[in-house]
Every structure is written in structure tokens, then in C-alpha cells.
Design a protein around this ligand. Structure first.
Ligand SMILES: [Zn+2]
Ligand SMILES: [Zn+2]
Length: 227
């Protein structure tokens, strides 16, 4: 047994096989003892993560945005502050009522030795509807897009294009089917303007006074799209 590493904690030898696999060593210690005694990251979360259960968007910082597993991972890593470089990871996640449950298997590089570690994180959630969803359910809309055409297929394809564009960063309210065309309520005025301009056709717009809030007059933008 010359020059064979022995773990000073548990006495196991590096060249022996335990449970059908060779025991890895990290520095002086066997991988089991190393994993038991080393803190890889923090598991405490100070703030709740904002997640809207209606549109499934999450506020990782500043604004609500589409939730993806890559964004969750990046956010999580800034919170848990891993002590070793992450070589790779495998992750699944699930939004429960008051927790985001994240299952991760990491491979860390510890002094250039790959070390695997799996964990489950319970991130506390604030699951109230976002402002946009609240506005939609309250019927709030800053703009009304009126699509008019003699061809029903034209109306439909234009509506599809506009809705796809708007739903990237805002939301639509009601869609009203009329004899002469289609009206689409849009929560955010800027988004309605950007979407209709993206069609590259001439538009006519008008404003209607719809009320007052904190001494300021509130207008609704109506955008007429003839296709
Ligand atoms: Zn050991
Ligand atoms: Zn929402």
C-alpha cells in the first residue's frame, strides 16, 4: 500500500471500490467526506422572487419577463454564490404556490477535480398577478386598434401579426368582432403604436378623453388600420 491515498477522516483508500465504483479523492479527502464537510453555496434566500401565475412571467430584476430555465439558473447562481466554478449543471424547475422548486445536479471544479453535487432549492415566491395582468382583468386599455377591410382573411392575418407583436412585451384585452372589422384593446399605448407601425402601412390615429386621474387627463389612442 505504498503511495496510495487514504482519507484521514474515514480511512478509505483511493484504489478501493465502494458500492461498485472507485472512490474519488478531492485533495487529501475522499469525495464523500469532502462533500459532507464542504459548503458549496448558500441556500438562504433573502428576497421573494416575483412570479405572475397568470402570464407565467418572472421579475428577475426590474421588469417582468418570459420565464426560461436559463434565466432561472442565472438568477439562482447570483443568489447562492457558488464557491467553486460550475463546470456543468442539469436543472428542472416547478412553480408551486409559494415556492419555486429547483432540482439541480452540478459538476463543480474543485482544484480542477470534477465533483458532482445535487440539491433541491426552495425559492420563496411572491405569486401576485403582475401589473399588466391586473390591468387586463380590470379592463384597462390605453389603446384601441381598429382593423378594417373588405376581406375577412386580411383582417384575420393582420390581427394575428399585431397580437403576436404586442404580446412580446404587453398584453391585449378584449377582441371585439364587428360587422365592419375587428377591434383590439391594448393595455399599453406604446406597444400598440409600435405594432401597428411594424405593418408598414399608413394609419390614422385619434385620441379620446376617457377620464382623469390625479388631476391629469387620460386619453385613449385609437389607431385605424385599413388593409
Ligand atoms: Zn473519507
Ligand atoms: Zn402577469
Amino acid at each position: 500500500m505504498n503511495n496510495v491515498k487514504q482519507c484521514p477522516k474515514c480511512g478509505k483508500f483511493e484504489n478501493q471500490v465502494y458500492d461498485g465504483k472507485p472512490l474519488g479523492f478531492v485533495g487529501f479527502f475522499c469525495q464523500d467526506c469532502f462533500l459532507k464537510d464542504t459548503k458549496f453555496y448558500s441556500t438562504e434566500f433573502v428576497d421573494k422572487l416575483r412570479h405572475c401565475p397568470k402570464c407565467s412571467r418572472t421579475r428577475f430584476s426590474g421588469e417582468f419577463e418570459t420565464t426560461t430555465s436559463g434565466k432561472i439558473a442565472r438568477w439562482l447562481f447570483t443568489k447562492i454564490k457558488p464557491k467553486f466554478p460550475i463546470k456543468s449543471y442539469n436543472m428542472t424547475y416547478k412553480f408551486a404556490k409559494s415556492y419555486l422548486v429547483v432540482n439541480i445536479s452540478f459538476i463543480f471544479l474543485v482544484n480542477s477535480t470534477p465533483v458532482s453535487k445535487s440539491d433541491v432549492f426552495y425559492v420563496p415566491l411572491d405569486s401576485n398577478a403582475c401589473t399588466m395582468c391586473n390591468r387586463v382583468s380590470g379592463g384597462y386599455h390605453e389603446a384601441l386598434i381598429q382593423i378594417r377591410s373588405s376581406k375577412p382573411t386580411k383582417i384575420e392575418s393582420t390581427a394575428k401579426k399585431l397580437i403576436r407583436f404586442i404580446e412580446q412585451d404587453s398584453a391585449i384585452g378584449q377582441i371585439i368582432h364587428l360587422k365592419e372589422g375587428l377591434d383590439i384593446e391594448v393595455v399599453d399605448k406604446r406597444s400598440a403604436i409600435a405594432a401597428t407601425h411594424s405593418l408598414g402601412i399608413s394609419l390614422s390615429t385619434s385620441r379620446t378623453l376617457v377620464g382623469q386621474k390625479a388631476g391629469k387627463r387620460l386619453f385613449r389612442q385609437t389607431i385605424l388600420v385599413r388593409v
